[in-house]
Design a protein around this ligand. Structure first.
Ligand code: HEM
Length: 146
């Protein structure tokens, strides 16, 4: 069963990280070059129904995998052993992702124009850095954590 959770976790990571890299490397530069925020909007509209369930899958399978390593909710953020440290860092990165996404949704996307496209670009860059940090953190777990 745990192997299935790991496969689903990796599948979710592929979609979440891959989708955001595509946005950062292909669509965002094109939108900036052509001064056309709708390019980013159109991508977000298509990616969201896939990306959000993928992130939800990450969270569910991540928590189940953490339980397999005996990292339970009552130990979160205690930084008491190597694996728990990684899980807690991943949870903090997750909270940062949610905060950034909420900020973009409420304050930037509704009035997206060529004037605040750079601001959204910074958000997209940060989301990518955090997503890759989550991926890198995940790889430490099989080595016993940090
Ligand atoms: C965007 C979010 C995330 C990404 C991209 C991500 C990515 C990864 C990757 C690439 C691995 C390595 C698997 C391996 O070594 O084969 C991993 C492992 C792991 N992740 Fe995540 N992860 C995310 C979110 C989470 C969350 C929210 C949690 C828990 C709260 C979590 C808990 C774990 C655990 C426990 C493992 C170890 C799995 C194992 O080796 O059995 N992850 N993750």
């Amino acid at each position: 069963m745990n192997h299935l959770f790991l496969v689903l976790h990796l599948l979710g990571a592929t979609i979440w990280v891959g989708g955001h890299l595509l946005l950062l490397i292909r669509y965002l530069p094109q939108a900036i070059k052509e001064n056309e925020p709708d390019i980013v909007k159109a991508f977000e509209k298509k990616f969201e129904p896939l990306g959000l369930p993928a992130l939800l899958l990450q969270i569910i399978t991540g928590i189940l995998l953490a339980y397999h390593y005996n990292v339970r909710i009552e130990n979160w953020f205690s930084f008491s052993n190597g694996i728990e440290k990684v899980v807690s860092i991943k949870l903090m990165l997750l909270l940062s992702t949610l905060a950034l996404a909420a900020h973009a949704r409420i304050f930037i996307i509704p009035k997206l124009s060529s004037r605040n496209l750079t601001q959204l670009g910074i958000h997209i860059l940060l989301i990518n850095i955090i997503a890759i940090a989550m991926l890198v953190m995940g790889t430490f777990i099989r080595k016993g954590g940090l």
